[in-house]
Write a protein that binds this ligand. Structure first.
Ligand SMILES: Nc1ncnc2c1ncn2[C@@H]1O[C@H](COP(=O)(O)OP(=O)(O)OP(=O)(O)O)[C@@H](O)[C@H]1O
Length: 257
C-alpha cells in the first residue's frame, strides 16, 4: 500500500509585486519516495521546497500532511516529522560540531533518557563520518564538512521526511554520490533540490521538473526530450564500456551546436 504522505494542491507563491514564482503546482509525495526537484536557475525550486515543508506560506493552494493542513501544525509538531537542510542555514560559528548536531534533538526534548539522546547524536555523527570532528568549532569546518554536519543534525532529529536544498553543492564529486547514497539508505521520505543532473538517476525514485514556476513533469525518470527542452542539453544512455550496465550521460556540448 502506498499512501500519499504529503499532498500539494495548486500551490502558488507570489512576490510583493505580484509575480508568481511558484504557479499552481500540484504534487503528491508518497511514503518512501525520493523526489528530486530539478530545473534551471530561478525556476522556483527552492521556493517550492520551502512551501512543501511548511517553511513558507503559499499565496494560494495547500499542503496536506497525512490529510491534515501542514500549515496548521505547530512548528514543534512539524519538526518532529520534517527535517530541513537549507542553503541559507547559518550555524553559530562558535559551537562545537557535536553541540550543533544535538540541536536536532530539540523538537523531541525530554522524551528519552540522556543516554538515549547521546546515543542518537553519536549515531548521526558516525553515519555522516563526523565523529572525529565532534569537538571542532563549526566555524572551522570546510564547506563539505559543514554540509555533512547539517545532514547529521537533520538525522538526529529522527524525521519522517527529509527536505534538502542543494545538499551536495560544496562536496567533491565522490562525496556527492556518497552523501546521496547515505541519504537513500535511510528509511526516509526525501525531497531534494539537485543541480547536478548526474546525481539524479541513482538517487531519485521520482523527478519533479520545474520551469518558470511551473511543474512540467513529475515522472519516475527523465526523458531525453524533456532534458533537451528544459535544460538545452542532451541526455544519452550508453552501455558502460567495461561493465554490464548503462551509463546516463549529460552532453553539455549541445549548447554550442
Ligand atoms: N521572496 C521573494 N521575493 C521576490 N523574489 C523572490 C523571492 N523568493 C524568490 N524570488 C525570486 O524567484 C525566483 C525563483 O527563486 P528560487 O530560489 O525558488 O529558484 P531556484 O529554482 O531555486 O533557483 P536556483 O537554481 O538559482 O537556486 C528567482 O528569480 C528569485 O530571485
Amino acid at each position: 500500500m502506498t499512501l500519499t504522505a504529503l499532498k500539494a494542491q495548486d500551490l502558488t507563491f507570489r512576490t510583493a509585486n505580484g509575480a508568481s514564482i511558484v504557479d499552481c503546482v500540484s504534487l503528491d509525495i508518497r511514503n518512501g519516495d525520493r523526489l528530486a526537484i530539478i530545473g534551471p536557475n530561478g525556476a522556483g525550486k527552492t521556493t517550492l521546497l520551502k512551501l512543501m515543508c511548511g517553511m513558507s506560506r503559499p499565496y494560494a493552494g495547500s499542503v496536506e500532511l497525512d490529510g491534515k493542513p501542514l500549515h496548521g501544525l505547530k512548528p514543534i509538531d512539524r519538526a518532529r516529522q520534517i527535517a530541513v537542510v537549507g542553503q541559507a542555514d547559518q550555524p553559530d560559528r562558535r559551537i562545537s560540531v557535536r553541540d550543533y548536531v544535538a540541536l536536532g534533538r530539540i523538537p523531541h526534548a525530554m522524551r528519552k533518557t540522556r543516554a538515549e539522546e547521546a546515543a542518537l547524536i553519536d549515531a548521526a555523527m558516525e553515519r555522516t563520518g563526523l565523529s572525529a570532528l565532534a569537538r571542532r568549532e563549526m566555524g572551522l569546518l570546510s564547506g563539505g564538512e559543514r554540509q555533512r554536519a547539517q545532514i547529521a543534525r537533520a538525522l538526529a532529529q529522527e524525521p519522517r521526511f527529509l527536505f534538502l536544498d542543494e545538499p551536495t553543492n560544496h562536496l567533491d564529486p565522490r562525496a556527492r554520490g556518497a552523501l546521496l547514497a547515505l541519504v537513500a539508505e535511510l528509511d526516509l521520505t526525501v525531497v531534494a533540490v539537485l543541480h547536478d543532473l548526474n546525481l539524479v538517476p541513482d538517487f531519485a525514485t521520482r523527478v519533479a521538473v520545474m520551469r518558470d514556476g511551473r511543474l512540467v513533469s513529475s515522472d519516475e525518470s527523465l526523458s531525453r526530450d524533456l532534458v533537451r527542452e528544459v535544460f538545452g542539453i542532451d541526455l544519452l544512455r550508453l552501455p558502460h564500456p567495461h561493465e554490464n550496465r548503462e551509463l546516463t550521460v549529460f552532453d553539455l556540448s549541445m549548447t554550442h551546436h
